[in-house]
Design a protein around this ligand. Structure first.
Ligand SMILES: [Zn+2]
Length: 391
């Protein structure tokens, strides 16, 4: 079944293509980009998209699927419940143009199981990059759903177990965090040595690592250890320099704090009172340092566990914040398309409009490459060449 979308403005993941184009694809891949004026190819279905803009399907590079708080969620009943929730979530995100999610920790490796069901065509859903259980110190951030490791050997074993179970990446907890009772948010947790054995092994087998790091020391340990993606950290110059030198990616996840600081909802005023508006300024500076030092940014939201930061629309807000903090709309979209795909080792599958890649596509009535808020004019989402959502 071949589909032809005609007369599109196209953002290919890197840049806006000149003029208008037609796009031909089938259920296995993007087949051709045809400049306007050339003869139209044969297709089973032709959709006139005059005035519309097409981008690669969006990627949220940091979510928490199936999160029911920090309960261990490892019993068969818990896993079934989590699996059912994830199976619903991976269809709901199409409403937001999202075709890939990177999950950053869940009990029972349930995201890996759901990913496999989608891959094998058992259930429909967006692409999941799955990490399953994370690795932390005993009692560290996220411990109820992690392997708890206090030396290098146990950390290495845990990484090997996760990769054996089919994880695409290994999630490391370099510092404490807000969400775990008794864990001090910015205090360093896993050692550089523990993260290094995991990072080295993941690289050997073609996988990668990422680290939760809200404190500078933890982020620096992770960067020195060779961890690929560093999450959250409001970096200073020294950390930025180190991350750039090590080729790290940065995943800012700003929307969580942004929503807390901007909420008018009376239920969340107690959180707003606790949050420091200076945190947003630090994130803004972190994005500026990424530009200054050439650190690539992976768009990510941390959506899932907090009902203020819901899956899908949070990515739209996150991209809006990047633009508010001085990215161009096209740069922000790049962080959620071609850039994100590269960060997650998916550049040969998705994230760009290029013949041979999966037809993961988002079509907008407006033009989010000019006005980022136009992501809300989404009218169609295609996953693997199948229309999965339309207005
Ligand atoms: Zn997270």
């Amino acid at each position: 079944m071949k589909t032809l979308l005609t007369n599109l403005n196209i953002f290919d993941g890197e840049r806006c293509l000149p003029g208008r184009q037609h796009l031909l694809f089938d259920q296995s891949s993007i087949l051709a980009l045809i400049p306007i004026g050339q003869p139209l190819p044969e297709a089973d279905e032709v959709i006139d998209c005059t005035g519309k803009t097409l981008t690669p399907g969006l990627i949220d590079g940091h979510v928490h699927l199936g999160a029911f708080g920090m309960a261990p969620a490892e019993s068969p009943a818990d896993c079934a419940r989590t699996g059912a929730k994830i199976a619903a979530q991976v269809q709901q995100v199409w409403r937001y143009g999202i075709t890939t999610l990177c999950n950053c920790g869940v009990g029972g490796n349930v995201d890996i199981l759901v990913r496999n069901l989608i891959r094998d065509g058992v259930i429909p859903g967006c692409r999941i990059v799955a990490c399953g259980r994370g690795i932390s110190i005993t009692g560290g951030h996220g411990w109820p759903i992690n392997h708890q490791c206090d030396d290098e050997l146990t950390a290495l074993t845990a990484a090997r177990v996760q990769l054996r179970e089919g994880a695409d990446l290994v999630k490391l907890f370099a510092t404490g965090g807000m969400g775990t009772k008794g864990s001090i948010p910015n205090a360093s947790q896993l050692t550089e040595g523990q993260m290094k054995v995991c990072a080295d092994y993941a690289k050997q087998v073609g996988a990668f690592t990422r680290a939760h790091a809200t404190g500078l020391e933890g982020a620096q340990r992770a960067a020195r250890a060779g961890v690929r993606i560093i999450d959250h950290v409001p970096m200073d110059d020294a950390t930025a320099q180190l991350m750039a030198g090590q080729g790290c990616w940065y995943c800012p996840t700003i929307v969580t704090r942004y929503r807390i600081l901007h909420t008018e909802d009376p239920r969340y005023q107690y959180m707003r009172a606790k949050a420091n508006p200076g945190d947003l300024e630090k994130k803004k500076q972190a994005l500026q340092r990424c530009r200054q030092y050439g650190i690539p940014v992976l768009a990510g939201t941390d959506a899932g566990p907090n009902e203020m930061v819901t899956l899908g629309d949070s990515l739209w807000t996150e991209l809006g914040i990047y633009v508010e903090y001085d990215m161009t709309p096209a740069e922000a979209l790049h962080c959620a398309t071609a850039g994100a795909a590269r960060a997650l080792h998916l550049e040969n599958q998705t994230g760009s409009i290029r013949p041979g890649l999966c037809a993961d596509l988002a079509v907008f009535d407006g033009d989010p490459t000019q006005t980022i808020a136009d992501v809300a004019t989404l009218c169609m989402t295609w996953q693997g060449g199948v229309l999965r959502w339309h207005r």
